[in-house]
Design a protein around this ligand. Structure first.
Ligand SMILES: [Zn+2]
Length: 501
């Protein structure tokens, strides 16, 4: 008998034991409630059996400050199993919310996304990430008996690239009649600074994640990853997704990584490699800005096209990788500040990859925030540290109106308060989206694999679903998934952290 057979036999015995015990206690299953009791008993037995799985031994989970911290360790299959098992309830919940959003915006059914995952994405995923994704399915099933399979999980991992990059490209190819107006997302406000710009002369990096509140309220995982191969990773992330995806992470070789998404990006390469795979691989295997750039360019599919803000704490150098599909550009410096708020700046990227984007419109969210970053970073040159970065992420200065007002143009985004919405992303007036959480770190913290994170609006404001839906019935379709998003405290996390006693 091999290991997996032994494990299967052991699980079966426990399940049978559970059934026998139930049978002895309750007699014949004569009613629906008796049947429910049997189902519950079997589920509990399955969970007990899975909890004894040797693959779970190095893994752990605890909650703090509104975040769920999980430690994953080992070979790819084991890390996937730990991920699926430890976050099973959150994955089921996030899958329901995300898949509903993907189908709603694209007017495509779920089978369409499963097929895209299976036929287009899966064959180009590196073997180790295929194993990790399969592991997630196994862990999830062991814990909850979930019906989700690997095609579901791959499509779900690609939720930032399939609906808003692949589908519009496909609609154009197929000349789809009455195709929905799909726009690539414009998520996040971020910066990385170094040299004479920071208080200690070393790198400081900060990011807030902009997304729908529906997804953002669920973007509350801190992943501490100790892979068998590659570098250790500390990153924020989404349940069931193998990349940070919003993105904010550091690795044990000194790389510091974040990004903001390029607004009005157009393009997709069906023969390329999924962005979520390249982004995870780059954070796990790159020890330098050059290595990071090479991994992101290898098989670039144009999906979830970002302006990557990078730092190498070993050299003090920072960089911006503007990763278009047809064009890209890398800027780097050991003395400067690089900010992002969803605008491209390389003339070639602007012309070839974002033909609709207007860099001159001072009233748009990306450009108004660009001008705010510019002013805020210059005003604070030489004083920037993590504490100041946290404040900046909660900034409410609207440069278009020259006043303080939390809206779609402020670094801490509150689009639910804006009668304008963000037309560049097809976010309608009062769209329930904006800054959903924030993170910050510096070179000293990164060396010790530490970072600060705050769940909810980085300014500390709460979003409450019930009064919002009452005031905006046009978003009623989100009701089953839209929840309160209350801000937590700024909380420190580090690799290898144990829960507080
Ligand atoms: Zn705010």
């Amino acid at each position: 008998m091999n290991d997996s057979m032994r494990r299967a036999a052991a699980i079966l015995l426990v399940i049978l034991g559970g059934v026998a015990l139930w049978w002895a206690e309750s007699g014949a299953p004569a009613s629906a409630s008796a049947n429910d009791a049997m189902v519950a008993t079997i589920a509990a037995a399955r969970e007990r059996a899975a909890a004894n799985d040797v693959r779970l031994k190095p893994a752990s989970r605890f909650e703090e400050g509104g975040w769920i911290y999980v430690h994953l360790e080992g070979d790819p299959g084991a890390m996937g199993y730990q991920h699926g098992y430890l976050l099973a309830p959150e994955i089921e919940d996030a899958f329901a919310a995300v898949s509903a959003g993907m189908m709603h915006s694209t007017e495509r059914d779920w089978e369409f996304f499963r097929k895209a995952a299976h036929e287009m994405l899966w064959p180009k995923i590196d073997a180790e990430y295929q194993q990790e994704l399969q592991g997630i399915v196994e862990g999830l099933r062991a814990r909850t008996g979930s019906k989700l399979d690997v095609d579901d999980i791959v499509a779900f991992n690609a939720f930032e690239e399939l609906p808003d990059y692949y589908v519009p490209w496909l609609n154009k190819q197929q000349k789809t009649a009455k195709a929905p107006n799909l726009k690539s997302p414009g998520n996040c406000s971020a910066f990385v600074a170094t040299g004479s710009w920071t208080k200690d002369g070393l790198i400081v990096m900060a990011h807030n994640n902009w997304t729908s509140y529906r997804n953002g309220e669920r973007w509350r995982i801190v992943f501490d990853i100790a892979p068998k191969n590659g570098y250790g990773i500390l990153m924020d992330g989404f349940p069931g997704v193998i990349a940070s995806d919003d993105d904010f992470g550091i690795n044990s070789d000194g790389l510091m990584v974040t990004e903001t998404t390029i607004t009005q990006f157009e393009g997709w390469d069906p023969d390329g490699k999924a962005e979520f795979v390249r982004a995870r691989k780059a954070l796990q295997y790159a020890g330098s800005i050059d290595e990071y750039t090479n991994i992101m360019l290898d098989g670039n599919n144009g999906g979830y096209a970002n302006d990557w803000l990078l730092g190498d704490r070993k050299t003090g150098e920072i960089a911006q990788l503007e990763l278009g599909l047809k064009a890209h550009k890398l800027w780097r410096t050991k003395d400067g500040a690089l900010a992002g708020s969803n605008w491209a700046r390389d003339p070639k990227v602007l012309k070839e990859d974002t033909p609709q984007f207007d860099p001159a419109n001072k009233e748009s969210s990306p450009n108004a925030r660009r001008s705010r970053w510019d002013k805020l970073l210059k005003e604070n040159k030489g004083k920037i540290d993590v504490a100041l970065a946290e404040k900046m992420l909660g900034d409410h200065a609207d440069t278009a109106q020259h006043k303080e007002e939390a809206n779609e143009r402020t670094l801490c985004g509150h689009v639910d308060g804006s009668p304008r919405g963000v037309k560049e992303w097809d976010w309608q007036p009062y769209y329930p989206g904006g800054a959903v959480q924030g993170k910050a770190t510096d070179a000293t913290m990164a060396k010790e694999m530490r970072m600060m994170a705050r769940m909810g609006h980085p300014c500390g404001g709460d979003f409450l679903a019930k009064p919002f839906l009452a005031a905006h019935p046009e978003y009623a379709w989100q009701k089953p998934y839209l929840r309160d998003m209350k801000a937590g405290p700024w909380t420190e996390f580090r690799s290898g952290q144990a829960p507080k006693e």
